[in-house]
Design a protein around this ligand. Structure first.
Ligand code: ADP
Ligand code: XUL
Length: 540
């Protein structure tokens, strides 16, 4: 019997899943989660992010992630599992976020004192006390500068998988180097959240993997090396500060003495960590082309595996490396769960009464529409936030509930067209995938069968499966990804939500009206009122 641990450091929480594998017998032996705001209130975060006056800024305290990691390892040590059988650990983390360490870090990581709290020992390693995260949209100027210096957004996207995006690590590094040149100069290593946490486990600077490296606007997508024109365009001396990129499934070290002595854990292998979306790709079982997954987490993301990197000519989406060595297409929406929660709370609803509102309102909402831009939005780019309503009374509870869910699903269908996948099956994951009424709208909008999965946290599951795969292949065995995921990722057959043909037809009409409203709200299109009126009339 062997155990494999997957960790997931997301925006709002740290989760862990342990897989038990005994020949063909496979099961989940442990699952646990730590919500940052509730468990670690002394960091003062809201939904895992530090409050800020500027709506475009989003930073989190890296020490909070460190303290959560230590708490989770302590929980694991006390779980009663036979941890002498813990073979390997891997992890997933929110993408794009960066952690800045000084020159003392390398030595300090290697000499952590098992008698002392981890966060206290990591504090002196930081050259910046906050980490900009994926919700930040404050770097439009830097995006423009990097784009201009690298031959334009098409060239940048062809090489790195994405045009310049505000939340991507390169533009964030550039902004920091301009705003605080002395702290930038004092920075010896810039980690992603994933490689930072992996470094704490192995007691030395860990490499990052191509899945997370491709969320930086810095890595050549096909060679998986740093693309020097982008590195040079981003900040001085950056090449010396970046971690190495290691292939996915690489064993990057073993659990250091700190964890062994402090919690009695074994010297388990540590497999390269990745971003939460690449990990989720594996955790929802999409190790082959042809299906899509939709994650309804803090962010909403639509993604699928690609054999070849087909970069998005419209500049909407991203191509990342996939843990399987292939690629993945992804479109990300910032206004996911928090926008749904905002509407729920505004009308004093629970998730169950939110669902009742969905059930008693008709598809198409009588032509009442909402663009869910509570926060600055990533897709499409919206820097000045504000929910936009069309023919919708802001006080109409039922209408707003249906409008936020339909608006988000419309946006996902519209902005995933570039992936060119005929969608007949969707694997749904993330916290809100528990909500079958939301998933029924998804099924009807996409005209696809939507499945729930056995394990809700696909990112942590994907990380645990990466630990299993990395450990097997690192020891010289070959292991097909189909075999690695087997038994953990199969959709629940009884969970299938099937599309209704008549309702799907309504949404096929609505999507063009929605696109017209979006263009209008962005100041790029005509007043959509006549189209809305025609749509509403056709519904009657
Ligand atoms: P993260 O992306 O940070 O890992 P999760 O995938 O854990 O986030 O999703 C957390 C979100 O799930 C919460 O913010 C909450 O809004 C949402 N959620 C949980 N249960 C439900 C439900 N029954 N209906 C809709 N949303 C839900
Ligand atoms: C993906 C993205 C988000 C974060 C959330 O590009 O920005 O999905 O990874 O954790």
């Amino acid at each position: 019997m062997s155990l494999y641990l997957g960790l997931d450091s997301s925006t709002q929480s740290l989760s862990a899943i342990v897989l038990e594998v005994d020949g063909s017998h496979r099961r989940i032996a442990f699952e646990s989660s730590i919500a940052f705001d509730e468990t670690l209130p002394h960091y003062g975060t809201r939904h895992g992010v530090l409050p800020a006056d500027d709506a475009t800024s989003a930073v989190s305290p890296p020490l909070m992630w460190v303290e959560a990691l230590e708490l989770m390892m302590e929980r694991l040590a006390k779980s009663g599992l036979d941890l002498s059988q813990l073979r390997a650990i891997s992890g997933s983390a929110q993408q794009h976020g960066s952690v800045y360490l000084n020159a003392k870090a390398a030595a300090l990581l290697g000499t952590l004192d098992p008698g002392r709290r981890l966060a206290d020992q990591v504090n002196p390693m930081l050259s910046r006390d906050v980490a900009p995260i994926w919700m930040d949209s404050s770097t439009s100027i830097e995006c423009g500068e990097i784009e201009a210096a690298t031959g334009g957004n098409q060239a940048l996207a062809q090489r790195t998988g994405s045009r310049a995006f505000e939340r991507f690590t390169g533009p964030q590094i550039r902004k920091f180097s301009k705003r605080d040149p002395s702290a930038y100069a004092a920075t010896d290593r810039i980690h992603l959240v994933s490689s930072f946490l992996a470094s704490l486990l192995i007691g030395e600077h860990a490499p990052l993997d191509p899945g997370d490296g491709s969320g930086m606007n810095l890595m050549d997508l096909t060679s998986c090396d740093w693309w020097m024109p982008a590195v040079d365009a981003t900040a001085a001396d950056l090449a010396t500060k970046l971690p190495r990129v290691a292939r996915a499934s690489t064993i990057v070290g073993t659990l250091s003495r700190y964890w062994q002595v402090r919690f009695g854990l074994p010297p388990a292998q540590v497999v390269a960590w990745s971003g939460d979306n690449p990990c989720s790709l594996v955790g929802v079982g999409l190790v082959r082309e042809g299906r899509l997954a939709i994650s309804l987490g803090t962010s909403d993301t639509v993604f699928g595996l690609m054999r070849e990197p087909r970069v998005d000519a419209t500049g909407t989406g991203h191509v990342f490396g996939a843990p399987t060595g292939d690629y993945m297409g992804l479109t990300c929406f910032k206004n996911g769960s928090l926008a749904r929660e905002h509407i729920r709370d505004r009308f004093g609803l629970s998730w169950s009464t939110f669902s009742e509102s969905l059930r008693r309102t008709p598809a198409g909402n009588g032509g009442r529409l909402l663009l869910p831009w509570l926060e600055p939005e990533i897709t499409p780019t919206v820097l000045t936030p504000g929910i936009r309503r069309y023919d919708l009374d802001p006080g109409d509870a039922d209408g707003n509930v249906r409008a936020v869910v339909e608006g988000q699903q419309m946006a996902m269908a519209l902005h995933s067209r570039w992936m060119n996948v005929t969608v007949d099956t969707i694997h749904a994951t993330g916290g809100a995938a528990a909500n079958r009424d939301i998933l029924q709208v998804m099924a009807n909008v996409f005209g696809a069968v939507v499945y729930q999965l056995q394990v809700g946290n696909s990112a942590a599951l994907g990380a645990a499966i990466a630990a299993l795969h990395g450990s097997a292949t690192g020891e010289g065995d070959s292991m097909a990804w189909d075999d690695a995921v087997e038994g953990f990722v199969e959709p629940i057959a009884q969970s299938a939500l099937r599309p209704n043909a008549a309702t799907h037809a309504v949404y096929r009409e609505l999507i063009d009206v929605y696109a017209a409203c979006e263009l209008h709200a962005l100041g790029q299109g005509a007043d959509p009122s006549p189209r809305l009126a025609d749509f509403a009339a056709a519904l009657e």
